[in-house]
Write a protein that binds this ligand. Sequence first.
Ligand code: BDR
Ligand code: CA
Length: 322
Amino acid sequence: MAVPVILDCDPGHDDAFNILLAAAHPAVDLLAITTVAGNQTVEKTTLNARRVCAVAGIEGVPIAAGRSRPLHGAPLVGENIHGGSGLDGPGFGEGEPDVPQDQRDALTLIRDTLLAHPAPVTLVPTGPLTNVATFLLAHPELTHRIERIVLMGGSTGRGNTTPAAEFNILCDPEAADIVFSSGRPVTMFGLNATHQVRATPDVVSRIAALGTPLSRLCVRLLTYFTTAYREVYGLDAPPLHDPLTVAHLIDPSVVSLVRAAVTVELAGTYTRGATVVDLDGVTGRPANAEVGMEVDVPAFWDLIVEAVRVLGARTDRTPSAS
Ligand code: BDR
Ligand code: CA
């Protein structure tokens, strides 16, 4: 049976590919998309989620906007990586996408979706954890309807936004602390895993060879992402972080997991937002998460290319594709 999923995201180039993967693959039942401030403001990430769904022909999946700022402090944005729109590269134009914004807020949409679905639902956050933490605090009576939380964030080692902290966790460390301490099963895909999946020229060529309007748009996204990662980090090919979450749901053999105690640094002068992952069990703290480690990189890219192929073939047959 397909895994019922709510994506909570901040598109974002890599979030966009995660939406495509979740919508395309029959092993996933994409019930709802909620958005959060992160890579850009929540207004922009919501518009971007609608744009991605519109160009990919993803219909009937409600999209609702969530929190515009973290639980504490000022919002960060990822403009240096994702651009002024949050999804720079393709040039979506000024027009409104055909896919509407759900008028409920993200928390209400999550609540309604959990209540309506007969089985517990997997939450997949790929942005700051503000919506998820707020939901856990607001609705303790519904947490048993959350099967598990499979997130992109953190790292077993170094960060990317400070030397210690990864972007999603640094945006809202208090929210991340609430999620990791929630008692719900948490699976974390951090930079140590996501930096294994680089969108190399080979990968981009495979997507280009699909020859559909959607594949051309994906190439433009990856081209922008490549330039940004080269300029900011000096990397030749950008890591496509977020889709490791859904790839894991589709095929658990894509990433190996270890159980470990994960805590979030809330105070450190230089290390706020770091995920402290006790891989060696030296703290004696009980494991509270599964942590992604080694990735089957070819299997991951096969899933991504196939998702773009499947959705591209569908939209290629519709008159609105351009
Ligand atoms: C994470 O931050 C954002 O730039 C990406 O979308 C990803 O979720 C990587 O640190
Ligand atoms: Ca993201």
